[in-house]
Design a protein around this ligand. Structure first.
Ligand code: ATP
Ligand code: ZN
Length: 285
């Protein structure tokens, strides 16, 4: 299998989660601080550590075959790569915020205003679509202080909780774009490298499914089994085994993490006892 090169953020909000995901895929690598390139021991891959802004370009050029980057950075970069998976972490939104004291009814209130941002491409496109004429002031960091120091009237920046906006006297008025980390790939990947990428994607998929699923064990009177199976369809169908206690069975299945609590309540109502719920490391369905 041909070796591939994966680019991830060297240090920042996506670094830890990216490395965690690699480990969860069963891939171990030679770690060492300050390294730019790390080799993986048990998978034909090396990891290249970069600034996140450089990742789309490296993947477009094929210097890296695949990369993990925020969708926000990818879209802003305009680089030609393929998104091959969404990763469910690094969630944030790109929003427009203005001073809390400014009267804001709708987006037309931004006409004639100036907006500071590190995302001029995405912001420019958004304003154009809305027919708003505002001046875009491109700056590379500390965007949230721009209105306070009189540099601009509004900002367009990433928000997760909104607490940074609040502490800078700003209010969020428009959401442009919801973002999460994505796995991107070079467009001209060779068939040999594609096989390695597919192998990694298969593992990623199993990790993702496992995170969204829990393993459940419970005891129930035999009369309740049919009702419980309705609540817990499992991957195919649950395993039911007789208990030493006459008239009772033990049931094993999987459960979707999204509606976890509703299911637990329904199971208790149906007569389930001794409910045990455990995390799953991998799920190959
Ligand atoms: P680098 O030094 O690599 O250029 P950076 O300062 O540009 O780092 P980070 O702040 O580490 O970038 O953010 C990396 C990515 O994390 C963002 O592009 C975005 O996709 C995601 N992210 C998630 N939540 C937030 C948030 N609240 N603020 C900023 N970025 C966030
Ligand atoms: Zn960056």
């Amino acid at each position: 299998m041909e070796k591939i090169r994966l680019a991830i953020q060297k240090s920042g909000r996506l670094s830890e989660k990216s490395l965690e995901l690699i480990k969860e895929c069963g891939v171990s690598y030679a770690s060492g601080t300050g390294k730019l390139l790390a080799n993986c021991y048990n998978f034909p891959m090396e990891i290249l550590f970069l600034r996140d802004d450089d990742i789309p370009g490296y993947v477009e050029d094929g210097v890296a075959d695949i990369g993990i980057v925020g969708e926000n950075v990818l879209v802003e970069s305009n680089k030609k790569v393929k998104i091959i998976d969404t990763l469910g972490f690094g969630r944030c939104r790109l929003s427009i915020a203005v001073a809390r004291t400014m009267t804001y009814n709708d987006i037309q209130d931004l006409n004639g205003k100036s907006i500071a941002t590190s995302y001029p491409t995405i912001l420019g496109k958004f304003l154009k679509e809305k027919g708003v004429k505002a001046e875009i002031h491109e700056i590379s960091g500390s965007v949230e202080i721009a209105p306070g120091i009189g540099l601009a009237e509004g900002i367009c920046d990433l928000v997760s909780t909104g607490s940074t906006l609040l502490s800078n006297g700003l209010k969020e008025v428009e959401t442009i774009f919801n973002s999460e980390a994505v796995l991107i790939s070079h467009k001209g990947i060779s068939a040999e490298k594609q096989m390695t990428i597919d192998k990694l994607l298969f593992r990623l998929n199993s990790v993702k499914k496992a995170k969204n699923t829990k393993y459940i064990l419970l005891n129930a009177p035999n009369a309740s089994i049919a009702e419980i199976i309705d609540i817990l369809p499992g991957i195919n169908s649950p395993t039911v085994q007789p208990l030493a206690k006459v008239g009772w069975s033990s049931l094993h299945s999987v459960l979707n993490a999204d509606d976890f609590w509703e299911k637990i309540e329904a199971l208790k109502k149906a007569g389930a006892e001794g409910i045990l719920v455990m995390p799953i490391e991998n799920l190959i369905a």
